[in-house]
Design a protein around this ligand. Structure first.
Ligand SMILES: [Cu+2]
Length: 52
């Protein structure tokens, strides 16, 4: 989020589909599944923005 605010790319926002375990608000013990944060472009398409 900090990186997005700093870079200010032209985009609608960031999304994380499917509520992966270990993402913010989806903590389950110490389990952390890998997931991608997608940037939503102005035209609605997406690209990978970050991987965790
Ligand atoms: Cu959830």
């Amino acid at each position: 989020m900090r990186r997005l605010l700093k870079a200010k790319p032209r985009a609608r926002g960031l999304v994380v589909p499917a509520m992966p375990v270990g993402s913010p608000g989806m903590e389950v013990g110490g389990r952390k599944d890998p997931y991608e944060v997608l940037l939503v472009n102005p035209d609605g398409s997406t690209r990978t923005y970050a991987q965790y």
